[in-house]
Design a protein around this ligand. Structure first.
Ligand code: NDP
Length: 285
């Protein structure tokens, strides 16, 4: 039997349609929620991501502002711009698109965003909230994956979950969110011994590696739920995930395709974090 496809676009549409009345209520009672997106330089992938974020804001009625800055900007000037956004009442969320040019001190920039405007969930205060299972913005991609698992009623409590990848923006927060839902979580990385064996223990397997079709049959437990975060561009321009698409269909119980799986969830959760920040700022949540 072929594995069940977990459709990220269906989940995204649900999330966005649930946000719409909240945006309308905030707008009616106060003002539209506001998001500022800071883009430094001309990275083509970043430009596409930013365009999609701004477009989705428009579709939902969220006010958005794009600050396109030259890649020659200094850390000091960028800190000044973010401070300005921190002060502005009509801006509820600030997103600094990464990657930043190498000469910019990324850590200082991420630290400078007020934690309650940090809709990416990257500020150390929000990372601490995540670890403590307290409220606050959570990293959008892992938070979106949790929404997908919940809406497809995939059981998590008591299951073995294996996360391959330990980045600050995907792997680590993913592991923490699964742990908070009472999974028994293993985090794997490039130094893990017997990676395939570890992965095969996963009733839920999350691939967040950045290596095309790296996870093949030998890594997948039969019947597992496989979440593919990877977005790798092939020579022909097509996207491929970190999981081999033919193998996952044959072995898994359910899986997210690439494209159309995890990708659409990230922007939806950015919108959710922005609306939540606005509700928090305007005390109507
Ligand atoms: P990073 O490069 O920051 O992290 C990759 C992780 O994979 C590292 O922890 C690394 O281990 C691990 N890794 C690399 N090679 C191996 C290996 N051979 N065996 C086991 N582990 C390995 O990537 P990100 O977390 O930022 O992104 C991962 C993927 O997800 C990328 O394809 C990215 O494009 C995609 N992505 C997709 C999003 C979406 O919205 N769909 C959002 C964010 C990311 P180590 O720490 O030891 O180096």
């Amino acid at each position: 039997m072929s594995a069940r496809v977990l459709d990220g676009k269906w989940v995204r549409d649900q999330i966005l349609s649930e946000l719409r009345p909240r945006v309308e209520r905030i707008t009616r009672d106060h003002r539209p929620p506001g998001l500022a997106v800071v883009l430094v330089g001309n990275d083509p992938a970043s430009e596409i991501y930013v365009r999609n974020k701004i477009r989705t804001c428009g579709e939902l009625g969220i006010y958005s502002e794009k600050l396109a800055l030259p890649d020659t900007i200094t850390t000091g000037d960028l800190l000044g711009m973010i401070e300005g956004l921190n002060q502005r009442n009509e801006i509820d969320g600030i997103l600094v698109q990464v990657p930043l040019p190498p000469h910019v001190d990324k850590h200082r920039i991420l630290l400078s965003v007020l934690p309650d405007k940090d809709v990416d969930g990257f500020h150390p205060v929000n990372i601490g909230n995540l670890v403590a299972n307290s409220s606050g913005s959570k990293a959008c991609t892992p938070a979106g994956i949790m929404e997908l698992l919940r809406r497809y009623e995939i059981p998590i409590a008591g299951k073995n979950a294996v996360v391959v990848g330990r980045s600050d923006i995907v792997g680590k927060p993913m592991a923490m969110l699964l742990l908070h839902q009472n999974a028994t979580v293993t985090i794997c990385h490039s130094k893990t011994s017997n990676l395939a064996e570890e992965c095969r223990r996963g009733e839920i397997l999350v691939g967040a590696i950045g290596k095309p079709a790296f996870l093949t049959t030998e890594f997948i437990r039969p019947g597992a739920t496989v979440i593919d975060v990877g977005t790798n561009r092939q020579a022909d321009g097509k996207l491929i995930g970190d999981v081999n698409p033919d193998d996952v269909k044959a072995v898994a119980g359910a899986y997210t395709p690439v494209p159309g799986g995890v990708g659409p969830l990230t922007i939806a959760m950015l919108m959710a974090n922005t609306v939540q920040a606005a509700e928090h700022h305007l005390c109507c949540g």
